[in-house]
Design a binder for this molecule. Structure first.
Ligand SMILES: Nc1ncnc2c1ncn2[C@@H]1O[C@H](COP(=O)(O)OP(=O)(O)OP(=O)(O)O)[C@@H](O)[C@H]1O
Length: 326
């Protein structure tokens, strides 16, 4: 069976600057090939600005891509028009970090959750009637743990965690196959984060969902992800089963990310690695391996030749000339 979603050398470049000062190309996502299998939770991790959100948005074609291909359920949607995407939209949904910005403050929660049901018809073109919508609203609020009374109220009357439940209900309204969640818990208090992560996990199990879960917090990713893709400067540097990648990283960058987590239970690294310097600009990424300017294991080869993702023989791939395990 084919993957639910596949990207092939996917790139998203932005033109930045001005006519006066000159234009430059910012490589937010630069040639990423990966597969998201049905029923899995792929965690996307990496420092701020490495391209996680851009990749998530490209996967759902919420933004035009610059190059490469995206296949959803075997169908090439890389350059599909809005009209062609429309029947697929219900099957792919996004949950954003900012639970408030995603909700129109002037509309009642019930209307907000029902909106996708009113906009999209059934697959045969039939519109949903009000009784059907009311029944679905009842199901959805139960699924995400919102009381029925919440449907009559407005977004500002809720806490951040409850608002994220509203966003999740909206995303699930049309029974999607794939949900891309972009830092869905990072704006929440730690105690509430656990509740929302648990909700994501319960829903995934009961509804058989597939997630791409973007997060910079490795302890959250470790809790929910079955596989992890580690991004650096627009590229994937390591990808594989979450336990393998987070417990015995092959790429020095993954090891450094894990080292930076204060609580040691997140991963057990073979070495403690501290990164020096800032992330280079995606406008002019370093030659060879993009990570070589900050890598403690870098050698002459690393500044000349970009390493491709290689099979490490344990179900994971890493893009490094001198991986930590060999
Ligand atoms: N619309 C845009 N125009 C120009 N540059 C953009 C645009 N959107 C994102 N970028 C740039 O693309 C790069 C990747 O951004 P992106 O938001 O995808 O990273 P991220 O890993 O999700 O970071 P964060 O966790 O901070 O959101 C950054 O350098 C960002 O400034």
């Amino acid at each position: 069976m084919s993957a639910l979603l596949e990207t092939r050398t996917l790139s998203k470049h932005y033109r930045i600057g001005s006519a006066l000062r000159g234009y430059r190309t910012l490589r937010a996502v630069d040639g990423i090939s990966l597969q998201v299998e049905r029923g899995e939770v792929l965690g996307l991790v990496g420092e701020s600005g490495c391209g996680k959100s851009t990749l998530g948005r490209c996967m759902l074609r919420l933004t035009e891509i610059t190059a490469g291909e995206i296949l959803f359920d075997g169908r090439d949607i890389s350059r599909a028009s809005d009209k062609r995407l429309r029947p697929l939209r219900p099957r792919m949904q996004m949950v954003f970090q900012d639970s408030y910005a995603s909700l129109n403050p002037r509309r009642r929660v019930g209307d907000l959750i029902a909106e996708p049901l009113r906009i999209h018809t059934h697959a045969d073109g039939a519109r949903r009637g009000e009784a059907e919508i009311a029944e679905r609203l009842g199901e959805l609020s139960h699924l995400v743990g919102l009381p029925q009374s919440a449907l009559q109220r407005y977004p500002h009357e809720f806490s951040g965690g409850q608002r994220q439940r509203i966003n999740i209900a909206r995303a699930l309204a049309l029974s999607p196959d794939l949900v891309v969640a972009d830092e869905p818990v990072s704006a929440l208090d730690v105690s509430i984060q656990a509740q929302i992560v648990n909700l994501f996990m319960d829903l995934q199990e009961s509804l058989g969902l597939t997630y791409v879960f973007v997060a910079h917090d490795l302890s959250v990713v470790r809790q929910i992800a079955t596989r992890v893709a580690v991004m650096y400067l627009g590229a994937v540097v390591e990808i594989g089963p979450a336990d393998t990648v987070l417990h015995s990283p092959a790429h020095p960058y993954t090891a450094a990310l894990i080292s930076a987590v204060p609580e040691p239970s997140v991963g057990v690294t073979t070495r403690r690695i501290t990164l020096s310097g800032d992330v280079p600009s995606p406008v002019s990424p370093p030659s060879g391996c993009r990570f070589h300017t900050r890598c403690p294991s870098a050698q002459a080869l690393c500044s000349m030749t970009a390493p491709a993702l290689q099979d490490m023989g344990d179900g994971r791939e890493a893009a490094c000339h001198f991986p930590l395990l060999t």
